[in-house]
Design a protein around this ligand. Structure first.
Ligand code: 173
Length: 322
């Protein structure tokens, strides 16, 4: 099914200009780990549009698509092995290759600040070493996650509940007595419909994209952690690019990161209203329970990261400042 990924990697078209000069346009093959056209692919799709406009004659991206083309949990490995050249993927989907990636959800300073205070550089180094890739951009830093439920609970306790997770939510679900069941996003609807799970972790944005509002009754408060969806470029590909090509990608990446600051707050507000309107009820256990939950969510996640990656985990925690 994926033979076409293996056959071609970096397509370079060389156009001879009347025998004197040569202009090279590079075409990168891009995939996303989220369904095409949905919330967490949209930014990447706009980024591709911008690169293809600004990069005419310099660099282009051929958008292969999403999970229909490649299973989401394989995207990190695909960019590592240059099966694809550029990818839109959350660290939660490649913790098998980089356990520290589980900490990115705990790093919630604005990306502009992360680029100044050494966080970006450190996370880039981790990607260079463990994922053979260049950390081009981080998106959605000010968008949080929630736990959505179909069974009403009267305190912050998941005993007896099966909850769909990824590494983002696994530790906190377990710490609260729930049974975590890992699935890619594409299996959430059916798992809810069939009652295989009683709830799921997901960001505040995006539940309408795949119709989950039809199979969701409650959203637990408070919001927690920070969504991270990264644009990664295979490192060999990155090194092979010239300055002009890298500039097109870097300028578009900074523009993409900037969207979080200008657009996310509005999107979050609108989505909470839309969820309420469709009948999804917020379960709020008050300020003390919320504060306890947030502390526990932060503590168990850092403990898990530091247990798996003691040195790098501690360094990330210093940079995160929480
Ligand atoms: O729940 C998920 O699949 C997940 O981990 C995630 C991460 C970033 C954005 C959206 C979902």
């Amino acid at each position: 099914m994926r033979a076409h990924f293996l056959s071609a990697t970096l397509a370079v078209s060389v156009i001879a200009l009347s025998g004197t000069a040569q202009a090279q346009e590079v075409t990168l093959r891009g995939v996303t780990s989220f369904a095409e056209g949905t919330q967490f692919s949209k930014g990447f799709e706009r980024f591709i549009e911008k690169v293809n406009k600004d990069g005419k004659g310099i660099i282009q991206i051929n958008y292969i698509g999403g999970p229909r083309a490649m299973p989401p949990f394989e995207v990190g490995n695909a960019v590592r092995n240059k099966v694809v050249d550029i990818a839109n993927v959350t660290g939660a989907f490649y913790t098998n290759l980089m356990p520290e990636a589980d900490a990115f959800k705990l790093i919630s300073k604005p990306t502009a600040e992360q680029r100044k205070n050494g966080t970006w550089a450190y996370i880039n180094e981790l990607h260079n070493q463990k994922l053979n890739s260049y950390y081009l951009a981080r998106q959605f830093v000010s968008v949080p996650f929630h736990i959505y439920l179909n069974k009403k609970i009267d305190k912050v306790d998941f005993s007896g509940l099966k909850i769909r997770v990824t590494p983002v939510y696994r530790d906190i679900v377990q710490a609260l007595g729930g049974t975590p069941i890992t699935t890619p996003p594409g299996e959430v609807y059916t798992a809810l419909e069939r009652g295989v799970v009683d709830g799921y972790g997901w960001p505040i944005l995006g539940i309408f994209d795949l119709g989950w509002e039809k199979v969701t009754k409650f959203r637990m408060e408070p919001a927690f952690y920070s969504v991270e969806v990264n644009v990664l470029v295979n490192q060999d590909v990155w090194k092979s690019l010239n300055d002009a090509q890298r500039k097109v990608l870097t300028d578009a990446a900074l523009w993409l990161e900037g969207l979080d600051a200008t657009e996310s707050a509005e999107l979050v507000k609108a989505e909470r209203e839309r969820q309420a309107k469709t009948g999804i009820q917020a379960l709020d256990f008050g300020p003390q329970a919320s504060q306890d939950f947030l502390k526990k969510a932060n503590d168990v996640a850092w403990q898990a990261v530091i247990a798996k990656a003691p040195e790098t985990g501690k360094k990330l925690r210093e940079l995160a400042g929480n």
